[in-house]
Design a protein around this ligand. Structure first.
Ligand SMILES: Cc1ncc(COP(=O)(O)O)c(C=O)c1O
Length: 375
């Protein structure tokens, strides 16, 4: 029977406690939200929403085609200009998602005959970029610049190392300066995914590369998503102008994908302007994460010290993690639940996100609920 194998896979998933289901999300959810990636609390900010609405009114509901076919709007150009300026890079190119931006950066910068050195903890979109690229991928130990050096030393042609800046599962940061030094020793490029660093790390949320002194370097390329700190949707690649020009010509997720929706571009631009006006939001998100970690640890929970705004709490099993997250929800708290295959080491976790707009009382309530529902 066609697709008969799906039932076998579903049964295996059920037995392993790994079934995923979609839950409805009401517009006015009463839950305290520690699950979303809205780190700066900007997704529903009136200026972000107004930015989306104004852009949709001016440009319509969609981008109407690939920007190479139907043209590139001044709105996209403004977003790219201001994003590049904020993060300290020469140039930027917007994509319809962070996922598409990562596919673009890795595939376009790793041609046939090249080596890609990829951290074992990288996000699925970087992994998929490696799978689609013409170059050969070598996966190396997590956050290990010496392993990157060793891998680069085995190859004679063009090479890139790819890494998340902040790993989405445990919220730990990559050793960016050491990675860049390893790449420079071998004339390799460095591509880093700053999905969880933009808006949180660096002064005023200028991102992890800026914080590591790598902004504007001609051998560093940064990818970002507009869907986390900027409360919108979409992604971008930032780097030297010649890299961006190359992507316009070579990145299939730019060439063959409809441009970023105007409403998403307008929302991201409004959120970015707000962040630049109120740079203290970034430090506040980091402070909230630190406070959340301290409270969890004081309550006897096994939480990983956050380097940005993601705080991860270990659970004994996938089933326990799912039950724990459901019990939190019943008690009025939304938390993320990460299980295989979304975790590189097979350990299931509650994934909490610190938002700049969470109050001390809300943190206290969140930690009380997590403690009371622990398996
Ligand atoms: C590290 C990382 N990179 C890339 C992405 C993909 O970004 P987007 O949701 O904009 O496609 C995500 C999650 O969404 C992420 O956590």
């Amino acid at each position: 029977m066609a697709f008969g194998w799906i039932d076998e896979q579903a049964e295996l998933r059920r037995r392993a406690g790994l079934v995923r289901t979609l839950r409805p999300r009401p517009a006015d959810s009463p839950l305290l939200d520690l699950a979303s990636n809205d780190y700066l609390g900007l997704a529903r900010h009136p200026e972000t929403v107004a930015g989306a609405a104004a852009a949709a009114r001016a440009w319509g509901g969609g981008a109407t085609g690939s920007r190479l076919v139907t043209g590139s709007t001044e709105l996209h150009a403004e977003l790219e200009r201001e994003l590049a300026e904020h993060c300290g890079f020469e140039s930027a190119l917007a994509f319809s998602s962070g996922y598409a931006a990562n596919l673009a950066a890795v595939t376009a910068l790793a041609p046939h005959g090249s080596l890609i050195v990829s951290d074992a903890g990288n996000h699925a979109s970087l992994i998929d970029g490696c799978r689609l690229a013409r170059g050969t991928t070598q996966v190396v130990a997590h956050a290990d610049p010496d392993a990157v050096r060793k891998a680069l030393g085995t190859h004679a042609g063009p090479a890139v190392a790819v890494s998340d800046t902040v790993f989405s599962v445990d919220g730990d940061a990559a050793p960016l300066a050491a990675l860049a030094a390893a790449c420079r020793a071998y004339g390799a490029g460095l591509v880093v995914d700053d999905a969880h660093g933009l808006g949180v790390l660096g002064e005023g949320g200028q991102g992890a590369a800026h914080a590591a002194g790598l902004a504007g370097a001609d051998d560093v390329v940064v990818t970002v998503t507009l869907s986390k700190s900027l409360g919108s949707q979409g992604g971008a690649v930032l780097g030297p102008a010649r890299v961006v020009e190359h992507l316009v010509n070579a990145a299939r997720t730019f060439i063959f994908d409809t441009g970023l929706a105007p409403a998403a571009a307008g929302a991201a631009l409004a959120a970015l302007r707000l962040l630049r006006r109120e740079p203290q939001r970034a430090a506040r998100a980091r402070a909230v994460a630190g406070e959340l970690h301290a409270r969890l640890t004081a309550a006897g929970l096994e939480a990983v010290r956050p380097d940005a705004a993601v705080v991860s709490v270990r659970a004994p099993s996938p089933e326990a993690a799912v039950r724990w997250a459901a019990d939190c929800r019943s008690a009025g708290l939304a938390v993320g639940c990460f299980r295989p295959p979304s975790v590189p080491d097979g350990i299931s976790r509650l994934r909490l996100t610190a938002r700049a707009d969470l109050s001390g009382a809300e943190l206290e309530r969140a930690v009380r609920v997590i403690g009371e529902t622990r398996p």
